[in-house]
Design a protein around this ligand. Sequence first.
Ligand code: BGC
Length: 254
Amino acid sequence: MTKKRHHGHHHGLGIDIGGSGIKGAPVDLDKGKFADERLRIPTPQPSTPEAVAGVVAQILDHFEWDGPFGCTFPAVVQHGVTQTAANVDPSWIGCDAQGLLRAKTGRKALVVNDADAAGIAEVEFGAAKGHRGAVLVSTLGTGIGSALVLGGHLFPNTELGHLEIDGYDAEKRAADSAREREDLSWEEWGGRLTRYYQHVENLLWPDLIVVGGGVSKKFSRWQPYVQTRTPMVPAQLLNDAGIIGAALLAHQEH
Ligand code: BGC
């Protein structure tokens, strides 16, 4: 690899911190596509901030990247501090993740909620490209992530997966992990999604709902069972969205 070959004005680097894998890639920010093959390293167990920061440094070294980079995290990230840990190691709560990554890697880091990163990527390059209205990007996975984007600007940390509906934390009933855990049919799960998305649309009245997460690949199987007044479309960038959005946000910030 030629040194620093990715360092252009329009390249960034994004890293996606997940429960089972930490994935990174350089991103071409003109095209909204990876500029090199993605590297995946299993998430260390326990996934403490120190251990995860070590893997992040390894990924940056692999790509010989010394510019600013963006990192997604599957919880609330307020001004670089991870504030919750619904599906990750509780030792992240209250951690200055951005400061830690910066100290550990020697590069400028931007840490952002996973769904927020995916949301920005979908509006910039994917299913809601160029949309100027109110877009809700909703990710269905272990939990339910949400991103609210208006006129291309993000309102961060909306956490709409944790609305209480019928006495339950919404994601415990309607996330893709609930479908798998309870072995729900597409129709049964569609009923739960209808309950969830109707509640959300009655509160926020978005112009468009983009649904992401792995199960968005099977959109045509379950979407017919979901009734909403708001148009609903599948995400386009799928697993790449978080990395692309994080790289973009870090590039814009620094
Ligand atoms: C977390 C969110 C996250 C979502 C998807 C939820 O449990 O609270 O911060 O975006 O899962 O990972």
